[in-house]
Design a protein around this ligand. Structure first.
Ligand code: ZN
Length: 147
């Protein structure tokens, strides 16, 4: 499997698109600043998640379109307009919330599919991971780590 396909699939399953690790969410819809496993920086710049919002809107409207057209075609000529309206409202209210966390990891996967980390960023990831491991070690054994 190609690198691009791998990053996109990892993101689509809510994993770190770079290393494939689980546990990238700090809470529902909120990614850790960096991947706890590889140190990849998730929030790249101000406005980075605009792409995730666009993906969320596209998925929601695609599902709504399929629901609406299939509902019309399957029930023609006695289309239950009220049912389609209620179903459409539910889809447009629920799908963005359910898809929100995955839209972020998927956006990271799409980003990584086209922009691989350069050597400077790879070094930054290694340094961030080492700092994180040192903090964890200090929390586990504060006396031993401090001297
Ligand atoms: Zn990772």
């Amino acid at each position: 499997m190609s690198y691009r396909m791998r990053t996109i699939l990892r993101g689509a399953f809510g994993r770190c698109a770079h290393c494939g690790a689980n546990g990238v969410f700090a809470s529902y819809g909120t990614l850790h600043e960096r991947c706890p496993s590889c140190g990849y920086l998730f929030e790249r710049e101000e406005g980075y998640w605009l792409g995730a919002m666009i993906a969320n809107i596209c998925v929601t409207e695609a599902l709504f379109g399929v629901f609406f057209v299939a509902g019309m075609l399957l029930t023609w000529p006695d289309v239950p307009w009220t049912g389609l309206l209620i179903g459409g409202l539910v889809i447009n209210a629920v799908i963005p919330v359910l898809y929100y966390p995955i839209s972020k990891t998927q956006w990271v996967g799409l980003h990584l599919a086209f922009v691989r980390p350069d050597p400077v960023e790879e070094a930054d990831m290694i340094a961030a991971k080492a700092a994180s491991q040192a903090r964890e070690a200090e929390q586990r054994a504060p006396d031993a780590a401090s001297g």
